[in-house]
Design a protein around this ligand. Structure first.
Ligand code: SF4
Ligand code: SF4
Length: 288
């Protein structure tokens, strides 16, 4: 299983920079989210993995399969299919699961990945293993609930809404449990960390060290893209130099991602060469 993961990692452009000629496709089948990040405006895509300001279409599992067929036919370099929002992949698990099963039945050679805030990982970890997901991204912005409380306004779990340190503690506990469990079973786990100046910037190294201890393969420190109407809309921003300094500092502990494109949740194509609009049009035409 672990050899299989190594081969698949070489075909995943986010996990291997050398895989830049392989394409990935995000299927936007997960509109709902179960937490509230202070940098998110739910009118837009999830900023864990998306560029805000562009609203993506939301597809049913069957529509996702239809779109996959078109993309695969026209894009032989397609190697990865992932669910990255626009909400949380695990807050919409029935749709996420069905979409992957449908596509996998046709193309078992694809690399399948998910992106999540991690709240529901312990619930679905066995399903994730059985589904044949090989790569996972968890966004973990803090490993100290006092800092997490400043980032997450609400955490909604089993019908109860928690806020402050209580919510942040629950979220962190479940993120780390899921990360540890799945890493130990061969899932290649990347942790995304949003750099929030004045909130978690002096805490980044600690996050990297803790997630490493729990099995993370790499971390991806990303700049905040401020979204109007959010609590963090006026947070000071980092330039590329400062961001890379943070990454370099953390690379002492763990492999870092330097080439993240902060993609849309319906991104299609090689990194940096997004073709999502082209395929959205084709898809609509095909349906008419
Ligand atoms: Fe928004 Fe993503 Fe945070 Fe959910 S996890 S609130 S969709 S940024
Ligand atoms: Fe890869 Fe970053 Fe895009 Fe996610 S947002 S698909 S990690 S490049």
């Amino acid at each position: 299983m672990f050899l299989d993961r190594a081969v698949k990692t070489k075909k995943h452009p986010c996990f291997s920079k050398s895989a830049h000629n392989y394409a990935r496709m995000h299927i936007p089948v997960a509109p709902v989210c179960n937490i509230s990040c202070n940098y998110c405006n739910r009118k837009y895509d999830c900023v864990n993995e998306s560029r805000p300001g562009v609203t993506s279409e939301v597809l049913s599992p069957e529509e996702a399969l239809a779109k996959f067929r078109i993309v695969k036919e026209k894009m032989p370099e397609l190697s990865v299919v992932g669910v990255a929002g626009p909400g949380d992949s695990l807050a919409n698990f029935p749709e996420t699961k069905k979409s992957i099963q449908l596509i996998q039945a046709e193309s078992p050679d694809m690399v399948f990945c998910l992106s999540t805030n991690g709240l529901m990982l312990p619930e679905y970890q066995e399903d994730i293993l059985q589904l044949g997901i090989s790569h996972l991204t968890i966004t973990i912005n803090a490993v100290n609930p006092r800092i997490g409380a400043k980032i997450y306004a609400q955490v909604n779990y089993q019908g109860v809404s928690l806020s402050g340190e209580e919510g942040a503690t629950l979220l962190l506990d479940r993120q780390l449990k899921g990360l540890e469990y799945l890493s130990a079973r061969g899932i290649v786990c990347k942790v995304n960390i949003l750099l929030l100046k004045g909130i978690n910037d002096s805490h980044l190294e600690e996050v990297v060290q803790v997630v490493k201890k729990h099995g993370a393969y790499m971390t991806n420190i990303m700049p905040l893209i401020p979204v109007k109407g959010t609590r963090f809309e006026d947070l000071p921003l980092s330039d590329g130099k400062e961001l890379n300094n943070f990454r370099r500092k953390c690379s002492v502990h763990l492999k870092q991602m330097y080439h993240c494109q902060q993609c849309r949740s319906d991104a299609v194509g090689c990194l940096g060469r997004d073709r999502s609009l082209e395929f959205s049009d084709n898809y609509i035409k095909e349906r008419e």
